[in-house]
Design a protein around this ligand. Structure first.
Ligand code: GLP
Length: 261
């Protein structure tokens, strides 16, 4: 697990964008790049940085395929908070990623369980994901794998923890509108990506980050699955690092030199 602690969210965005840029450029020379895309507010500054690099002609996403981590069940297609819409608006559209190469679980399907297993098969068929971007929920979830999600879980229908409903209510006019059911890639699905990149900023993530990095690897803290992955990178700011023991955070500060681009 590589831990990169930087002073603030803007530094994190540049560093995370560097890692995405490397993947897109290196892999893109050989074949289509498969990017795993997360929603939530944590990756947004990284997406904005990537949009700027694309707009400046420095980064080309025409050979990139995107896979979303998760999707709400029950929002009508095109709902502004449906995760597919969020990613189209905040990232894929502005960087010119072809919507035909942007895949997401179908939260409008009449049979969500079948839609979930179909999505798992599609990832197996077109994967593995080269670089998976992740955020972390305040309860330690990744994707929508809530505490208790087995490490060997695959894409499935699941129910949000009350704390996640409360966390996500800010995106909806009425908290009662937050869907309770979702389709999410499982922890095993996510772990098949070649490289996991978790971005966390702000004090609200400090406890979950410390548990994910320094606590036991346990389904009770889903993000701790990163400890078991051969290549995982955490890019976090000082506030999100606040609960880490100084032993864990200090040596990594050596790496904190800002962006190369
Ligand atoms: C949602 C998403 C997660 C995301 C989490 C954190 O629950 N399903 O993928 O990591 O929110 O969101 P934020 O980055 O807004 O704190």
């Amino acid at each position: 697990m590589d831990l990169i602690v930087l002073p603030d969210p803007a530094d994190c965005a540049r560093r995370a964008a560097d890692l995405v840029t490397d993947a897109v450029e290196d892999v893109g020379r050989e074949r289509r790049v498969v990017l795993g895309l997360a929603t939530g507010s944590s990756p947004l500054p990284t997406y904005r940085e990537l949009i700027e690099r694309h707009a400046a002609g420095r980064l080309d996403f025409s050979r990139t395929t995107g896979f979303l981590l998760d999707e709400y069940i029950g929002l009508p297609a095109g709902h502004p908070q449906a995760y597919r819409e969020v990613i189209l608006r905040e990232f894929a559209g502005p960087v010119g990623l072809d919507p035909g190469h942007l895949h997401s679980p179908d939260g409008t399907a009449a049979d969500p369980a079948t839609a979930a297993s179909g999505y798992e098969h599609l990832i197996v068929e077109q994967g593995p994901v080269d670089l998976q971007i992740l955020g972390i929920g305040s309860n330690g979830h990744i994707g929508f794998n809530e505490p208790g999600s087995p490490f060997d879980s695959t894409t499935r229908v699941t129910r949000l923890a009350d704390s996640s409903v409360a966390d996500n209510a800010r995106f909806f006019d009425d908290p009662a509108d937050v869907p309770r059911q979702v389709i999410t890639q499982g922890l095993a699905t996510i772990s098949r990506a070649r490289h996991l990149l978790l971005i966390a900023t702000g004090a609200a993530k400090a406890a979950a980050v410390a548990a994910a990095v320094e606590g036991p690897a346990t389904p009770e803290l889903p993000a701790s699955v990163l400890q078991r992955h051969p290549r995982s990178t955490l890019v976090i700011d000082d506030e999100a690092a606040a609960h880490l023991s100084s032993r864990a955070a200090a040596p990594q500060r050596e790496l904190s030199r800002g962006s190369r681009r």
